[in-house]
Write a protein of this length. Structure first.
Length: 158
C-alpha cells in the first residue's frame, strides 16, 4: 500500500509478486535474509507497475518536472510535525492521498533508503525528476500533516 494507492491494484501487484517469487524461488542462494529477498521482489514488481502506469499517464505530468530543486527547502517544522504523535498508519493514510509518482519516490528515498540515482534507474526517470518529486512529496505530506495536526488540536479543545 506504500507504493500502490488503490487497494485492488495493490492486491494485483501482490499477486503478481507471488507468481514471480514462485518462478524464481530456485534462484535464491541462501545469502542474506529470505525476507529481504522477498521484499526486494515485491518492491520491484510494484515499481514495474508504477512505470507502466506512468507511461499511460505521461501526458498528465507537469511541464516543469525536470527543474532542479533542493529537497530540503521544506523547513525544520517537518521534524516537529513528525514528533507530534503521528503513527506509521497516519503517514500511510496521508501517503495514499499523494499522487503515486510522488509517493513512490518518497517511499523509495525514505523507507527503502535508495539514492536519487537508484530511484532514477528504477523508475526510468532523470535524477532531477526524482529530486523534484521528492520535494513535492515532502511538501504535500507536510501540508497534510499540518491539516491533521490542526484537526486534532481543534478536536481536543472541544
Amino acid at each position: 500500500m506504500r507504493y500502490i494507492q488503490d487497494r485492488d491494484e495493490a492486491k494485483d501487484v501482490l499477486h503478481d509478486s507471488f507468481i514471480k517469487i514462485f518462478k524464481v524461488i530456485g534462484k535464491y542462494k541462501g545469502e542474506g535474509s529470505f525476507e529481504g529477498w522477498l521484499k526486494r521482489i515485491v518492491i520491484n514488481v510494484a515499481i514495474d507497475h508504477i512505470k507502466k502506469s506512468q507511461q499511460i499517464n505521461y501526458s498528465k505530468r507537469d511541464d516543469f518536472e525536470n527543474l532542479e530543486i533542493e529537497s530540503d527547502h521544506i523547513g525544520s517544522s517537518s521534524d516537529q510535525l513528525l514528533n507530534s504523535g503521528f503513527t506509521p498508519d497516519d503517514l500511510l493514510q496521508i501517503m495514499q492521498s499523494v499522487q503515486v509518482e510522488y509517493a513512490s519516490v518518497f517511499n523509495m528515498f525514505f523507507i527503502d533508503q535508495l539514492s536519487h540515482k537508484e530511484i532514477a534507474l528504477a523508475l526510468e526517470i532523470d535524477e532531477n525528476t526524482s529530486r523534484t518529486r521528492l520535494f513535492r512529496a515532502k511538501a504535500l505530506v507536510k501540508t497534510e500533516l499540518e491539516k491533521e495536526l490542526k484537526r486534532r488540536q481543534t478536536a481536543q479543545l472541544q
